[in-house]
Ligand binder design. Structure first.
Ligand code: ATP
Length: 281
């Protein structure tokens, strides 16, 4: 099935689980209208912009899992400007994945805040900070292809989208969402009837990204893990394109390949202590 023909299942209506009607609608509007994240510590960057920019900020965040005595994350601070690529590196077990999970709303921090704030061209905040809502954050876990749920590419991308109760406007929005997702990750040449498990490694990663593409902030845990050299280069190119629209925060050990994309980087030290640091190459 070609992408254009494949819009018809959406227009016929789809049922909900992975995401809700309002969720999808919010994503659609947000993608068009909202500018999100920016770099607080380098807010002078904003001076080159005519419009206001958004800054994603984590302040004094700590996390102690329920029932444990030791904090995994300790007083973490970071900020990233919209449409920037942030990279967190560091030793295994230092807390990188835990931080992504908290940013995605999968666990509650013990203390601290995660906000988005808009700044004007003169570097002053133009609005009070807003709590970053989990539905505005997409997360792609390590080896995301292990968690594919559907039997076709189309169903995998649209899993959980409204089917039965979608009005005409929403159906149109969903059709555009689908087109956007397919085009953004370069899945146009793949049949939407294809079984996701039959795709090559690189195309599986593209599909996993398409599923999570709507939010403003995209979190990726080891996006190159387990791929051969060709697929890795493919995903790096894809991330370069996606960066034009979204803010991306990546946790990875693959520093050399991702370095050309990086605008800001941090090292997570054992004990969950995050420090801004250049990518060590
Ligand atoms: N719910 C939990 N309860 C107790 N300990 C936990 C919990 N979740 C994670 N940990 C521990 O917190 C530490 C940090 O784990 P995390 O997976 O965030 O590290 P990481 O830096 O992402 O490691 P890697 O690079 O190997 O993926 C580990 O020692 C892990 O065992």
């Amino acid at each position: 099935m070609e992408a254009s023909v494949a819009l018809s299942p959406i227009l016929l209506g789809i049922s909900s689980n992975r995401t809700s009607y309002s969720h999808s609608r919010r994503h659609f509007k947000k993608r068009r209208a909202l500018k999100v994240v920016s770099d607080f510590s380098k807010i002078e960057d904003c001076k080159i912009d005519v419009d206001a920019v958004n800054l994603f900020k984590v302040t004094n965040l700590s996390y102690k899992p329920p029932g444990t005595q030791q904090s995994i994350l300790n007083d973490v601070n970071l900020s990233l400007r919209e449409k920037r690529f942030g990279l967190i590196f560091g030793r295994s077990g230092s807390g990188k994945t835990t931080l992504l999970q908290i940013l995605a709303g999968l666990a509650q921090p013990t203390c601290g805040s995660i906000v988005v704030q808009k700044y004007g061209f003169d570097s002053s905040p133009v609005e009070p900070p807003k709590t970053l809502l989990p539905e505005k954050v997409g997360i792609v876990f390590q080896f995301p292809e292990r968690y594919f749920l559907a039997d076709t590419v189309l169903d995998e991308i649209t899993f959980g989208w409204p089917r039965q109760k979608a009005d005409a406007l929403l159906r149109e929005e969903l059709a555009l969402n689908l087109q956007y997702a397919i085009n953004s990750v370069g899945l146009k040449t793949i049949s939407l009837d294809e079984n996701p498990r039959a795709l090559s490694g690189g195309y599986k990663r593209r599909l996993a990204l398409a599923v999570q593409l709507m939010p403003d902030l995209l979190l990726l845990d080891e996006p190159l893990a387990g791929l051969d050299w060709k697929a890795r280069a493919d995903v790096v190119n894809l991330l370069k394109n996606i960066k034009k629209d979204l803010t991306i925060l990546v946790v990875s050990h693959d520093l050399k390949e991702l370095a050309p994309l990086v605008d800001k980087s941090w090292k997570m030290e054992l004990g969950g202590i995050l420090k801004e640091a250049p990518v060590p190459l």
